[in-house]
Design a binder for this molecule. Structure first.
Ligand code: IPM
Ligand code: MG
Length: 357
């Protein structure tokens, strides 16, 4: 079986970590007899430098013509002063929108071997936790009307949060479907004590919940949820939330797992094609040093095998290899706690060695 993968490597450490994931995919390919073919789709600041746009039409076409997309990271201080439409971030926002990947799955689980890297006390994390953030990805304040207007206080800016029932319902269904495959608990996070969009969100979530009577549902305000995930992360299973709140709470959760360098994500939509990317950014401070942690991207490739291609076993082979590598004590700088660490390449090699049928 052949799978066409678009590579949107992007900026900063993006190219380094995507290259690690390709090595892992190729190893899987040779063990399981799958053929992965790759085409590069320039995005972000890199594409801006070459083509004057962070998401050239050609890159969109390459992504649309592929079975799935592996995305590195975009952005960097070099492009911070550009107008909004030219900023590297527009590449990922544009792709999400173009491909209608409205559901962003962000697993926040603690690897047992990394317990000591978590800033949370052992008495709180115990054996670890396993949270799945289901973030709405193509709506809300990220995509609402925005602009400037003159007011009596001078120039003012605005960004509008808009959610339709349709958008809320389809993401809620993904949340409940995921909960059914897990611990059957769903926390819907909003700000219904203030926002109208949140009040509609709650109403729709409650309506969808009726079709999933086995799932235990509760609602939480985002400010409270941000506190509760630190107070008792084990109490959460699926967190269903909007674009903006999901962006924020998924970074928070990644921190309590020990390292943002560990967490993968899948952006999926109406068909099997998805965008798979680490949740961390382009880390301009460590570019070219060869010390980036490739695990989040390797695990993103594993999510691609599972969600886009239905290759559950191959996906588990990667997860197991990563777990073993960590259990045997290998660490990149970000998870070394100041101790010895290995390079991006060495970490990739250690994971490769442990990929077994
Ligand atoms: C993320 C990132 C993006 C977002 C940025 C780069 C636009 O923070 O994927 O979490 O806000 O969605
Ligand atoms: Mg983010």
């Amino acid at each position: 079986m052949e799978y066409k993968i678009a590579l949107a490597k992007g900026d900063g450490i993006g190219p380094e970590i995507v290259d690690s994931a390709i090595e892992v995919l190729d190893k899987i390919g040779s063990l399981m007899d799958y053929k992965f073919t790759y085409r590069e789709a320039p995005v972000g600041g890199d594409a801006y430098e070459k083509f004057g746009h962070p998401l050239p039409q050609e890159s969109i076409d390459i992504c649309k013509d592929s079975d799935s997309i592996l995305f590195g990271a975009v952005g960097g201080p070099r492009w911070d002063e550009l107008p909004r439409e030219k900023r590297p971030e527009m590449a990922i926002l544009g792709l999400r929108r173009q491909l209608e990947t409205f559901a962003n799955l962000r697993p926040g689980n603690l690897f047992k071997a990394l317990k000591e890297a978590s800033p949370i006390k052992e008495s709180i994390i115990g054996d670890g936790f396993d949270i799945l953030v289901v973030r709405e990805l193509t709506g809300g304040i990220y995509f609402g009307e925005r602009g400037y207007k003159e007011t009596e206080y001078g120039k003012s800016a605005y960004d509008m949060e808009i959610y339709s029932e349709f958008e809320i319902e389809r993401i809620a269904r993904i949340g409940f479907d995921m909960a059914m495959k897990r611990d059957k608990k769903l926390t819907s996070v909003d700000k219904a004590n203030v926002l109208e969009t949140s009040r509609l969100w709650r109403k729709v979530v409650d309506r969808v919940a009726k079709e999933y009577s086995e799932v235990k549902v509760n609602h939480m305000y985002i400010d409270n949820a941000s506190m509760q995930v630190i107070r008792d992360p084990k109490a959460f299973d699926v967190i269903l939330t909007s674009n903006m709140f999901g962006d924020i709470i998924s970074d928070e959760i990644s921190m309590i797992t020990g390292s943002i360098g560990m967490l993968a994500s899948a952006s999926i939509g109406k068909d099997k094609k998805g965008i798979f990317e680490p949740i961390h950014g382009s880390a301009p401070d460590i570019v070219g040093k060869g010390i980036a942690n490739p695990i989040a991207t390797i695990l993103s490739a594993s999510m691609m095998l599972k969600y886009s291609f239905g290759l559950e076993k191959a996906s588990q082979m990667i997860e197991r290899a990563v777990e073993k590598t960590l259990e045997e004590g290998f660490r990149t700088a970000d998870i070394s706690g100041g101790g010895d660490f290995i390079s991006t390449d060495e970490m990739t090699k250690e994971v490769l060695k442990r990929i077994k049928k």
